[in-house]
Design a protein around this ligand. Structure first.
Ligand code: ADP
Length: 215
């Protein structure tokens, strides 16, 4: 059955890692707005160049642009057939309202990890610049720094600098917490503890989603 899920969590909470695992588990396409923007930037399209200045500084793109991207993405056949797992969207109250206007949502999950923990995780995070697979200085690919999945180069993200990290975490507190509150008001939110090994966290997420009768 097609599930429509939103995954919230501050930067470094493990959203990217868990989204890939959950998307496999439920067979629902993983839609990461950060990955979509990084692809456009790597392709060097006009849109990618426009996005670059926001992304590199850690600022959010305007709501209309992001809503346009998502409105288009959810019309694709894979989403119509299999639902979606949204990662990194919505990030503001405007995006949250816009999303709920274009599609119903089964459940939003807030992956909770304290700010002190994410700061450590982000400074040691490394990503494959081709497929987006996530590693860390503590858990590097088998052959440093070549991606285990695709052979791409594994690097530190340009926006994983202390300045950009702080700016993104501030934007999360200021802009994204109100979006999460909207899902809570609608009875669509569950909180899940994001501390622990990735497979333990995945188990908790699956339990939370399966506990909803609608799924
Ligand atoms: P992180 O969660 O670590 O900030 P993402 O990969 O989700 O990383 O996003 C990277 C950047 O892409 C953000 O800092 C922002 O500039 C832009 N971005 C991604 N999603 C959105 C969104 N929903 N609204 C506005 N900007 C976004």
């Amino acid at each position: 059955m097609a599930v429509k899920l939103v995954l919230f969590g501050r930067q470094g909470a493990g959203k990217g890692t868990q989204s890939v695992l959950l998307s496999k588990h439920y067979g629902a396409p993983h839609i990461s707005t950060g990955d979509m923007l990084r692809e456009a930037m790597a392709e060097g399209t006009d849109f990618g160049r426009q996005a670059q200045q926001y992304v590199d500084s850690g600022a959010l793109l305007p709501d209309e642009i992001m809503l346009g991207l998502i409105t288009e993405r959810v019309t694709h056949d894979d989403v119509v057939a299999n639902g979606f797992l949204l990662d990194g969207f919505p990030r503001t109250i405007g995006q949250a309202r816009g999303l709920l206007d274009i599609t119903p949502i089964d459940l939003a999950v807030n992956l909770e990890v304290p700010r002190e923990t994410v700061l450590e995780r982000l400074s040691s995070r490394r990503v494959c610049q081709d497929c987006g697979a996530i590693y860390s200085t503590a858990l590097p690919p088998a052959s440093p720094w070549t991606c285990d999945n695709c052979g791409g180069e594994v690097v530190q993200r340009a926006d994983d600098t202390p300045e950009a990290i702080n700016k993104r975490l501030e934007a999360y507190e200021r802009d994204t917490l109100p979006a999460i509150a909207l899902f809570a008001e609608r009875g669509l939110l569950v909180e899940v503890d994001g501390l622990g090994q990735p497979d333990e966290v995945l188990g908790r997420l699956i339990d939370a989603v399966d506990a909803r009768a609608t799924v």
